[in-house]
Ligand binder design. Sequence first.
Ligand SMILES: *Cc1c(COP(=O)(O)O)cnc(C)c1O
Length: 420
Amino acid sequence: MKNLMFAGCDIVKLAEKYKTPLYIMSEDYIVERLREIKNDFLNRHEKTRAVYASKAFLTKEMARIVHREGIGMDVVSGGELYTAMKAEFPMEDIIFHGNNKTIDELELAIENNVGRIVVDHIEEMDLIEEIAKEKNKKVYILFRISPGLESDTHKYIQTGQVDSKFGIPLTEKTISSAMEKALNLEFTELLGFHFHIGSQLSDNENHIKAIDIMTKLMKKVKDEYGFITKELNTGGGYGIHYSEDEHRKPLSYYTDSIMIEIEKQCKSYDLERPLIIIEPGRWVVGEAGMTIYSIGAIKEIPGIRTYISIDGGMPDNPRPSLYEAKYEGVIINKIHEEPTEIVTIAGKCCESGDILIWDLKIPKVERGDFLGVLSTGAYNYSMSSNYNRIPRPAVVMITEGKDRLIVKRETYDDILRNDL
Ligand SMILES: *Cc1c(COP(=O)(O)O)cnc(C)c1O
């Protein structure tokens, strides 16, 4: 076999059938991760819930898979919520986040009875209460707390530090005004707290520190307001394999330590342990995906560097240009050929920053060979754009060795669709 096999498929055949660039997702891999959540978290610990952070990768088919496997979903926009609705995802299993939910988005969420809304700032409660009253609905909320922790990840994907656009800062004054407001609402009920400290975290240290900070908060609001925390949402952020020095750990590496710490801290403060929620996104889908490109222009700058250009780049994967994310790539039709060259993989956009991979070791290639970039299941399709008016690639899902199209390739007319 000279071609790469992925999820039981000859990837070259898929590239020829669906054209490139092409996103390929393995349903078997996604289901394996969702079942790991069930077996190693939900079934191992009582009073727990899991939701998939849909911003990592969401289509109607993905929503159906997540629901079929019995996992909930979090959304951060009206568009994600609408996708879930159209996939008939049960609204009570939805958690709605966002640092600036618009009134329209809140109305859509409340009208459709989403399970939880995570309040990001104090005034948001006024908006929620007003809409809930108007629609005569009961709304359950959690407070997103910014625990003041710096996590060891790129600064654009840190989210729990003091200076953050996310969450209610943990200061005496803000917490007391948030609590006083929440406890006086009629249509809105506070159930507990949420934190999400960052993404692509390779150790569990900051989750443990955040639990300590949150249990202290739970103790304080119990003493001062008689408020019993019923739910604690511990966010996501579990890392995956992208390149040699980044590896996916089993879910239990994070969740067992979260559960041990919460039990310990609740015991020491004499608190009843709340329901614990987790929200992994990248960890569920990241390694399930790969992107296939065709190689075009090859430019050798003698003594400096060889640029291999592909038929995609920044519009289908903005992460390298956004935060210097690293990826591994392989020539999928020359999988067993000796890697003899060190090249740089360039996207086709009019931006010097549109470089997908620096210094990749590959065999000698020519126009028409296929490059596969690995671990593109998370934050690729969901972050894609039409920059340079490039149509978005199709998405193909593979299940037990069988491929099916789940998102059609965009056409030039799709790009013109809303032009007047
Ligand atoms: C993005 C996000 C997640 C998931 O993050 P991953 O790093 O993909 O696991 C979970 N919760 C919230 C609130 C988020 O914004």
